[in-house]
Design a protein around this ligand. Structure first.
Ligand code: GLU
Length: 468
């Protein structure tokens, strides 16, 4: 019998943008599910009404969509499930695994003060835990979990191994506040259970929560999902990732022009490995991704590596897909969209542009020659390349190119002959040709440019340069 397909989820709190760490968490859950014919769900943890905003939800969905992570069904709002959270707490009350606690904030504070003075644990022990319901006042109350006081809670974590917490260190956590709203900890468990989540892959900042959450599962007699708490991402300096390190939001990576396929590859390798494989596509990632490949130590952001991965994906991408990515990049950075004519030019040149570009802006920079028509601007270096001698050579090339068949071999032969006649190497003539055709040092080879531009445009540029 084949195993039941897994159900995973990504459960962001909508308080900002899609953080690079969140994006990686989402990717791991997506890969795990998609590689096993499973389901990948999205839950918006919007219980904190003061901090949650629709704009943040929007930004997160947009970020996931850009990254190419599709989720199954509609995103689930945690806030919308409040009644269900309360219902479960009431079931626990009935079952005796939870109790009503009438202690007020002041009483709890006084308890802590006294405990501190007596050098006891300040963990609150509610006097209502074992109170006879007949003694209950008609007053506001919280619902607390009747957590085990003795023994230990063991988290069987797929990444961290067994993590043991002494129950004496955990208080009877609140499930429902006195205003009837659920606590975050309780809502997460009810939701994960109801959504049928089998595997929870999330940041290890939630490892402590897992012990408490395990107690709720046990109290309800629910099966505990497989937990995999992954180390957080660190900055290049090995310190916890923060604003100081630069790009934190996934949209910043979109604006830097790293294609989503490259980001998926790069993020997958941040904390997970499959042998020595660094460069791979989605199909490979889905086939290979497993919890056993997740490391225990934090991965570091490394922009050099990201560029390397991006270069690999750009070079392999289908030309039309690459054009679509360029459109998205221009839109994301509020730049003019390409006209159909420029797109045609770019498509024709793509074969000689995509090879060494490590980001979309690098590719666009290299495409300057085809995105601009003559007379083109020349930067200082290019102006310097147009000496009297080199202009003379360009002039001499013109009549020969007028009648040549427009193939790489012929063009190479003609430029070679003219250079030789002047007693200079091709390497001396190429900068002048480049200055004439592209007006800047970053471009494809001069022969590729001539082939892409065609005879007429090439001759026009040579004549502009010769006259400059
Ligand atoms: N909402 C939590 C966060 O954004 C995730 C909770 C979870 O994955 O269980 O960190």
């Amino acid at each position: 019998m084949s195993p039941t397909p897994p159900v995973t989820r990504f459960a962001p709190s909508p308080t900002g943008y899609l953080h690079i760490g969140g994006a990686r968490t989402a990717l791991f859950n997506w890969l795990y599910a998609r590689g096993r014919g499973g389901t990948f769900l999205l839950r918006i943890e919007d219980t904190d009404r003061a901090r949650s905003t629709p704009e943040a939800t929007e930004a997160i969905l947009k970020g996931l969509t850009w990254l190419g992570l599709d989720w199954d069904g509609e995103p689930i709002s945690q806030h919308a499930r409040q009644e269900r959270h309360a219902e479960v707490a009431l079931q626990m009350l009935e079952a005796g695994t939870a109790y009503k606690c009438f202690s007020t904030q002041e009483e709890i504070a006084a308890f802590r003060e006294a405990a501190k003075a007596e050098k006891r644990s300040t963990l609150f022990l509610s006097p209502w835990r074992d109170a006879d319901p007949a003694s209950h006042p008609d007053a506001p109350h919280a619902v607390r979990l009747k957590a085990p006081r003795d023994g230990v809670t063991v988290i069987k974590d797929a990444v961290q191994g067994d993590v043991t917490i002494r129950n004496a260190e955990l208080d009877d956590m609140i499930l429902l506040r006195s205003d009837g709203t659920p606590t975050y900890m309780h809502a997460v468990v009810v939701d994960d259970h109801d959504m049928g989540v089998t595997h929870v892959i999330r940041g290890d900042d939630h490892l402590n929560n897992a012990a408490r959450q395990a107690q709720i599962y046990t109290a309800m007699g629910w099966e505990i999902p497989v937990w995999a708490h992954i180390p957080l991402i660190h900055g290049p300096d090995g310190k916890k990732l923060s604003k100081r390190h630069g790009a934190l939001g996934i949209e910043e990576y979109a604006a830097m022009g790293y294609p989503p396929a490259a980001m998926r590859n790069y993020l997958a390798r941040l904390g997970w490995s499959h042998g020595d494989d660094e460069l791979f596509d989605d199909a490979q990632a889905k086939a290979w991704f497993d919890l056993s490949g997740i490391g225990k130590s934090p991965a570091r952001l490394d922009f050099k590596k990201l560029e390397h991965v991006a270069g690999y994906h750009i070079a392999r991408m289908d030309d039309d897909d690459l054009l679509t990515e360029i459109d998205r990049f221009l839109a994301a950075t509020q730049q003019e969209p390409l006209s159909p004519a420029l797109k045609d030019g770019l498509r024709a040149a793509m074969y000689c542009l995509k090879d060494r570009a490590r980001s979309l802006p690098q590719l666009i920079e290299k495409a300057y020659f085809v995105l601009n028509s003559h007379p083109i601007d020349r930067d200082e270096k290019s102006r310097e390349a147009l000496t009297d001698v080199s202009r003379g050579i360009l002039k001499e090339l013109t009549p020969q190119l007028q009648n040549a068949s427009w193939t790489r071999d012929t063009l190479e032969a003609i430029v070679g002959q003219v250079s030789e006649a002047h007693g200079v190497k091709l390497g001396k003539v190429a900068p002048a040709l480049r200055a004439a055709l592209a007006g800047r040092p970053v471009s494809p080879s001069v022969f590729d440019m001539m082939l892409v531009l065609g005879r007429e445009e090439t001759l026009a540029r040579l004549s502009d340069a010769a006259a400059a």
